[in-house]
Design a protein around this ligand. Structure first.
Ligand code: ATP
Length: 243
């Protein structure tokens, strides 16, 4: 049984269909990437899984069951999102930002233990524990957003464009951490990305999303061997980079 099983999902904004007959599955322990250009529907998919956008039709099953309607109950069931643009609280300290991730929990000892684990993964956050979130660099803010999501102790971690706006060296560092977290804890991840090369590189399997539809699925290697894939669906040429 897949950890997450989405079947025939249709999502609209008014008359605009943002996701069309979308079906994907994610097995426990996998890193899945969903790659697509601007406006392909990536954020809509994330918002639909987290309960922030209601689908017109289709099913989302998590551990074999339908998800509750309320977002906070979905977090309690074990799905946590690192949103596009990080969305950390600039006026709160690093510690306070991390604690907002634990709002659904009341096991103080467990929260403290997970906080220590986040600090061992990201020692720079510990060094800046009393600093305001808004004073951190882009890469540090992304680590903070990731740490905050981990403090909800998720079974499934969703990442919306984690590489956006980061320098290549910072992206490498961040993605190494994602692989480390996946390997050490077996944490399942779905990442949506415009930066196809980094996303295909670390994922076990990937889907290509184009104007709301899944048009291809495969391993990173299989997709990279698809002639014209990047140009057709992602509007990039091989080895093009934003930087
Ligand atoms: P980006 O990388 O630019 O964020 P995306 O792949 O995440 O793109 P979505 O933001 O999910 O794409 O958008 C999918 C489609 O839905 C687009 O056509 C977009 O214009 C439309 N859309 C998204 N949000 C809204 C909204 N609040 N109201 C109306 N249309 C929307």
């Amino acid at each position: 049984m897949p950890l997450l099983d989405i079947q025939d999902l249709n999502v609209y904004y008014g008359g605009i269909r943002a996701l069309s007959h979308l079906s994907i599955h994610v097995d426990a322990g996998e890193i899945i990437s969903i790659i697509g250009a601007n406006g392909a529907g990536k954020s809509t998919l994330m918002l639909t899984i987290t309960g922030d956008k209601k689908p017109q039709s289709g099913t989302i099953r998590f551990e074999g069951n339908a998800l509750p309607a309320e977002s906070y109950k979905i977090v309690q069931r074990g799905i946590s999102l690192v949103p596009e643009g990080r969305r950390i609280f600039p006026g709160l300290t690093v510690y306070e930002n991390l604690m907002t991730g634990a709002y659904i929990r009341n096991d103080k000892a467990g929260i403290q233990k997970d906080m220590e684990e986040v600090f061992s993964l990201f020692p720079r956050l510990k060094e800046r524990i009393k600093q305001h979130g808004g004073s951190l660099s882009g890469g540090e803010q992304q680590m903070l957003a990731l740490g905050r999501a981990l403090l909800a102790r998720p079974k499934l971690l969703l990442l919306d464009e984690p590489s956006l706006g980061l320098a290549p060296i910072v992206i490498d560092e961040l993605f190494d951490k994602l692989v480390e977290i996946n390997k050490s804890r077996g944490l399942t991840m779905i990442m949506v990305e415009q930066n196809a090369y980094v996303a295909l590189d670390i994922a076990h399997r990937s889907y290509v999303l184009s104007t709301g539809e899944i048009v291809m699925e495969g391993t990173g290697q299989e997709l990279l061997e698809e002639e014209g894939l990047m140009e057709s669906y992602l509007g990039t040429k091989e080895h093009d980079s934003e930087d």
